[in-house]
Design a protein around this ligand. Structure first.
Ligand code: FUB
Ligand code: ZN
Length: 679
């Protein structure tokens, strides 16, 4: 661990992204996704599952008002309403009752975070006013003692913090803290930050290692990384102490979750097919002893991100080592080529190493987002191109696939192979949707995608006193303070077919200023100012550029790429005899709309890679670079015999396969799709 390498995310208020690719996504979030999701959070999207998120905050506020006004007010007593509460009559929803999944508060918090990032890039008085008003509703819902979870406020606080394992209070708190930090940074408005601090104080009074407190920790992680964020904005050591405690205590014996389950008379585990108790919650052993990514994938990614934060902030070597092992396990043994993680829908979880089925996959949007969180935090500790490669893979593929091109429907599960009939008729694949949904009862993914895309610039760049690290490339302008001097760094990226040209210039840069520029794993040839990259100082996949090279005008990088047929590790059984096509950072896929039905009968001809052509076509009105690839379609006569002798029955016809960027699939109605194709 070398402190000199530590870095922090770029300050989004000083970053102006103008990139052709990412600015479009950010604008979509600003103009479509944020307004659309506000409607969804208020249950006003026709034919979409209701959220009840804002309803619950309003209901909690109402109850608080009654408690202030009515001396005979009786607080609700917990009757264990369950994980999801639905109204008896959807047209007549009682105004003072809780509805939806028990963690519905978190959806609103993620939306606030998305709004915050949007405001940082694009000030908008009206949006800020709407958000301020919504935050006032949350403030009014917060209990007088600082507690804030509408599920318990409305159903009975007598049982608060009694089921930390399953009931998400600390998860909702985590999202509150993240939103509060982001919104304060964006606007300087402190209401939500105050709310989060009061709740953090309340939690610190009730949970922790000290005598008389519950020795618990979150069943669904995220509070750990959020507390570090709160600490970084408030400097309140209590926040750091609580985050550290959550990390250190997790998985210790005697198991808090086991004791809690006993008290609650509930099962002493999640009851999924994992051979280790509490592995679903990553609480099967102390975190420093964990070396395999297990359990619920989103939980795991958020935990590892929190561990990496604490490792950096407290310079904890043993924690950093555990992070490295968990990174390896995640990305070398359990990750899809799209950056998806979580291979099984049973428990939305990791499976065993190299078990990566394409059609029963889970690959939740939130899990890839979590992997990006983890990657950036690893980069903050040590700039290694490997981390950024994964981050880029997720962002260009398995995350943006989660949102339709018009920003109005979403995938929860991001499959690599879809046969719509199977999704409708095979219960094992019912979780895989062949088209994106307008909203979900459990809507963790859509607002997560919104906050991720809105803040993509803070993943592209991190910085320390005198260095700016470019992990991802995007046209932008950044104003950086270097030892009291304002340095203006401009990046101009030109995307041509098979080549990116990226020009960096730094105005007013002092001698000590340096750029660290990542060499993408997909780049076939990399040059700097026309010179081969080997002439430069390169470490862990980053080129260091400083001094004269910067002074003498823009630094021009070129990266070239061509279509590459990829093979999976031989231990990935599902992908053997198949190949996936990549082009630069993009994974490509075949879709029925271009290639007809029965994609499983298609084969590509990798030996004819030189004949691949690329052209720009429109997909659902959006220009896309498609690849036209020589291939064949197996032609076999259908017969009444299910099985026939192999020889003499097959023929093939030459076809041109049309590959589209994976993330663009499912924008032309319900149809087949596959990433891995036989050759
Ligand atoms: O439990 C909260 C969120 O809902 C999880 O992160 C997702 O996997 C979904 O289950
Ligand atoms: Zn999700």
């Amino acid at each position: 661990m070398d402190r000199k390498n530590f870095s922090m995310p770029a300050d989004l208020k000083k970053l102006d992204v103008s990139d052709g690719f990412w600015k479009k996504e950010m604008e979509l979030v600003r103009t479509e996704v944020i307004p659309y999701q506000w409607e969804a959070l208020n249950d006003r999207v026709k034919d979409a599952a209701p959220s009840f998120s804002m309803h619950n905050f309003r209901a909690a506020g109402l109850l608080k008002k009654r408690s202030h006004e009515d001396p005979d007010f009786k607080a609700p007593v917990f009757g264990n309403p369950g994980f999801e509460v639905l109204p008896d009559d959807p047209d007549n929803v009682p105004e003072d009752k809780f509805f939806g999944f028990l963690f519905q508060d978190s959806d609103f918090y993620k939306w606030v975070e998305a709004v915050a990032y949007s405001l940082m890039q694009h000030p908008d008085e009206e949006l800020m006013k709407r958000c301020d008003e919504a935050i006032d509703i949350v403030r009014d819902a917060q209990a007088d003692d600082g507690y804030l979870d509408t599920y318990y406020i409305l159903n009975g606080r007598d049982r608060e913090f009694t089921n930390l394992r399953d009931n998400h209070e600390l998860y909702c708190f985590g999202h509150l803290a993240e939103a509060a930090a982001a919104y304060f940074k964006a606007t300087g408005h402190g209401t939500l930050l105050e709310v989060a601090k009061r709740y953090a104080d309340y939690i610190s009074e009730k949970i922790g290692p000290e005598e008389g407190k519950k020795r618990g920790y979150p069943g669904h992680e995220v509070a750990e990384l959020a507390l570090v964020r709160l600490y970084e904005i408030t400097n309140d050591p209590k926040c750091l102490a609580l985050a550290r405690y959550f990390i250190d205590e997790r998985g210790q014996e005697p198991s808090y979750f086991a004791m809690e389950a006993k008290r609650n008379g509930s099962r002493d585990d999640h009851g999924q097919l994992l051979n280790s108790r509490n592995a679903y919650y990553q609480a099967h052993k102390p975190v420093r002893l964990q070396d395999e990514a297990v359990g619920h994938a989103v939980r795991a990614m958020y935990l590892y991100s929190g561990m990496a934060d604490i490792a950096r902030v407290t310079e904890d070597e043993s924690l950093a080592e555990a992070c490295e092992k968990l990174w390896y396990s995640t990305t070398h043994e359990k990750m899809y080529i799209t950056g998806g993680v979580g291979a099984t829908h049973i428990g939305e979880a990791f499976s065993f190493p190299f078990d990566l089925p394409n059609d029963t996959v889970y690959a939740e949007s939130c899990a890839s987002i979590g992997l990006v969180f983890f990657a950036r935090r690893m980069l903050q500790m040590a700039p290694k191109a490997e981390y950024a490669d994964v981050m880029e893979k997720c962002l260009y593929n398995g995350i943006i696939s989660g949102m339709a091109l018009d920003g109005k429907s979403f995938f929860y599960v991001n499959p690599l192979e879809v046969l719509p009939r199977a999704c409708h008729f095979d219960e094992r694949k019912a979780h895989v949707k062949p088209v994106r949904q307008k909203w979900f009862g459990c809507a963790c993914c859509p607002p997560n995608i919104a906050r991720m895309l809105g803040s993509v610039g803070s993943y592209a760049f991190t910085e320390n006193e005198d260095t700016l690290f470019a992990h991802l490339y995007m046209s932008s302008r950044y104003v950086k303070d270097v030892n009291g001097r304002e340095v203006v760094i401009t990046e101009e990226k030109t995307e041509e077919d098979g080549r990116w040209t990226v020009k960096f210039s730094a105005e007013n840069a002092p001698e000590e200023f340096a750029l660290m520029l990542r060499i993408p794993g997909w780049s076939c040839e990399t040059s700097v100012n026309g010179r081969d990259v080997s002439e430069f100082d390169v470490k862990d996949g980053y080129i260091r550029v400083s001094g004269e090279d910067l002074e003498n005008g823009p630094v021009t990088l070129t990266f070239t790429f061509k279509p590459v047929f990829m093979a999976a590790d031989p231990r990935v059984r599902e992908d053997q005899g198949k190949t996936a096509l990549m082009y630069g950072p993009w994974v490509y896929a075949l879709e029925e709309a271009d290639n007809g039905k029965d994609l499983h009968l298609l084969r590509v001809c990798p030996d004819k890679a030189a004949e691949i052509r690329s052209e720009v076509r429109e997909i659902a009105g959006v220009p896309a670079r498609v690849l036209l690839v020589p291939g064949v379609r197996d032609v076999r006569p259908e017969s009444s015999a299910l099985y026939v002798p192999l020889h003499g029955t097959s023929a093939e016809e030459a076809v041109t396969l049309t590959y589209i960027p994976y993330y663009m699939w499912a924008n032309r109605g319900e149809n087949e799709m596959q990433v891995w194709t036989r050759f």
